[in-house]
Ligand binder design. Sequence first.
Ligand code: TXA
Ligand code: MG
Length: 342
Amino acid sequence: MKNSVVFKVNPQKPDSRKIKIAAQSIREGKLVAFPTETVYGLGADALNPDAVSKIFEIKRRPFTDPLIIHISDRKDLFSLVREFPEEVAKLINKFWPGPLTLVMKKSNIVPDIVTAGLDTVAIRMPKNQIALSLIKFAKTPVSAPSANLFGRPSPTCAQHVIEDLDGKVDIILDGGRTDIGLESTVIDIAHRPFRILRPGGITIEEIERLIGRVKFASTYSSILHSPGMLKHHYSPKAKLILVERNNGQIDKMKRLALRLKEQGKKIGILVTSESRNKFNGFEIKTMGSINNLRACANNLFSILRDFDREKVDVIIVEGISSNGLGLTIMDRLRKAAKEKII
Ligand code: TXA
Ligand code: MG
């Protein structure tokens, strides 16, 4: 199979010639992987059902899992939705461009395949110059899920996209590592009370400061409201065991690691930098300091893929507290975990 074409692009000053070639491919119904501030997306013309269906095929994603539409200008929202709750202006003025996805009542121009037949559509304006120029030059909204195989950790650099999708996507725009490293926050504002369907790069605290209380469903009930929120997701090939934060957490992790090592398993340990020196003799990686959740978020998916490359059998992870971005990090870890220890 032919390799995908990879264009290196400077995210601060994107070379418009390369972006225009990629935009033309989108117009021709082809697929382009591109960086956003969260993770890399696998993009196609959102208004072309045949192009969109290739996304599902290539990712091996079920057609019941709806896609996010990416726009390059706040005004592009108006043709895609048919109802505007009064909070919309506040939300998009404050958080766009940025990692907030709004689920709203869809207009007729949005093909059913994008929304998995739902009456609502998810939309966001990414904060990345490469993504914004690609959409602008394509002159069409771009639907894009994360550019990984279904169920794998989302890609935070072009190499991850190549690992999962080389030869299957026409062009990969390589803009280096993504800024945030975890996906956008998804909020349903089509129904009241507003509901967070997926915690992400914008924290619930930030949203509530702006528009007041919103509902946050547990993983289980969000599955009912958002078809894509499957429980096992973001998974490395290794078995991930998450040890939740509480008394004796580190001792539990150590006992588990020793027991599994005795059984001949290759163990990887993932901890905050504060706990680093407590696991001598083990293959250990740090996500970052507990006081720098942005760094922890940014490293997470990439570290899970590193463990896979090292062919670790079991990854034992130190859970952190669920405040701010900590909630997003724990959401992804809980979904990736095959086993949770409280
Ligand atoms: O940061 C992100 O959001 C990245 C980048 C590429 O923009 N995209 C991303 O897309 O994470 P994806 O497809 O991996 O996740 C989108 C999730 C879906 O799993 C789905 O559950 C939810 O958004 N979603 C999309 N449309 C929806 C709708 N109409 N109603 C409820 N949930 C929806
Ligand atoms: Mg995804």
